[in-house]
Design a protein around this ligand. Structure first.
Ligand SMILES: [Zn+2]
Ligand SMILES: [Zn+2]
Length: 301
């Protein structure tokens, strides 16, 4: 059976996410290690090192590690900040992103996390090739600065809003082919994103075609984690809006195929769906139950 989990809030402290995950009986969890809409790096007066990050407080790290070790979670993952753009043609933003992503690596490593999921980036000038080159250059630097780190970076498939890279498997393949050390990178597949990007996930023939396509361009051995989200927006819309499992344009069938796919039987599958229902009820338990009930089912309807 896959490891089921959800993205959990770190409000009130990093270890709070572990407490909440334990209450929900999750097998895996994803967190932000810093507020995702705020920079973790600030400008300095040193022209050689224009950006600096503050490390996590030692007591926060040890509280998190203690809680994680005591929990029944089998895998914990971080997701990077939305502000980071390693494909940016703006040199200032690129350098800030590089420092911020390196700081993400240090935080994830300090916390003992297995993976750091990241959005590849957006070449805001529309030049995809140059954007991919900048991402490759960034990872070569990051891998050098973080040699021997245990945490693995996962490039996430994206919906392809605007000029965002990652909505074609070939974009991720080009990054993996370009870096000096591809063994340090894996891939996270988000069901909502690939569907919005135009890769069908049902019926089963189309599901197989999409994963065949993934295997040919990237290699299924690179696939380490899933984000399991339904989509508020239709197939091929290139718009990224997550919905509760079975309530969106994906419906239940892609999730039934996924949770019963023996190739992915040990992989983390993490919900990033809206937390609250129309009456303020907690929706994570509902979505987790929906996923677990699909195990062993021959038909979703
Ligand atoms: Zn995602
Ligand atoms: Zn998304």
């Amino acid at each position: 059976m896959p490891l089921f989990g959800a993205h959990m809030s770190i409000a009130g402290g990093l270890s709070k996410a572990i407490d909440a995950a334990t209450t929900l009986e999750l097998e895996t969890v994803q967190i932000f290690t810093h507020s995702p809409s705020q920079w973790s790096v600030q400008p300095t007066t040193d022209p050689k090192k224009p950006w600096a990050a503050k490390a996590l407080a030692d007591d926060a790290v040890s509280a998190f590690r203690t809680a994680l070790a005591a929990s029944s979670l089998q895998c914990a993952t971080a997701h990077d900040s939305y502000l980071i753009n390693l494909a940016s043609p703006d040199e200032t933003l690129y350098q800030r992103s590089l420092t911020a992503f390196t700081a993400e690596m240090h935080r994830a490593e300090a916390l003992g996390l297995a993976y750091l999921v990241m959005h590849p980036g957006t070449p805001t000038d529309g030049d995809e090739k140059a954007g991919i080159k900048r991402i490759v250059r960034a990872f070569d630097k990051i891998h050098k600065a973080c040699a021997k780190f245990k945490v693995m970076v996962l490039l996430e498939t994206t919906a392809g809003q605007g000029m965002t890279l990652g909505h074609r498997f070939e974009h991720l393949a080009a990054i993996l082919d370009g870096v000096k050390d591809p063994d340090q990178l894996g891939v996270c597949l988000d069901t909502c994103h690939v569907f919005a990007a135009g890769y069908p996930l049902a019926p089963s023939d189309d599901y197989e075609k999409t994963f065949k396509n993934f295997d040919v361009s990237i290699g299924l051995d690179k696939l380490k984690l899933f984000h399991v989200n339904d989509s508020k927006k239709p197939f091929g819309s290139r718009v990224d809006r997550h919905e509760w499992i079975g309530h969106g344009h994906l419906g239940l069938e892609p999730f039934r195929l996924l949770v019963n796919d023996m190739r992915f039987a040990k992989l983390p599958m993490i919900l990033e769906t809206p937390k609250e229902g129309p009456n303020g009820e907690a929706m994570d338990p509902v979505n987790l139950r929906t996923l677990r009930e699909l195990i062993g089912k021959k038909k979703s309807a």
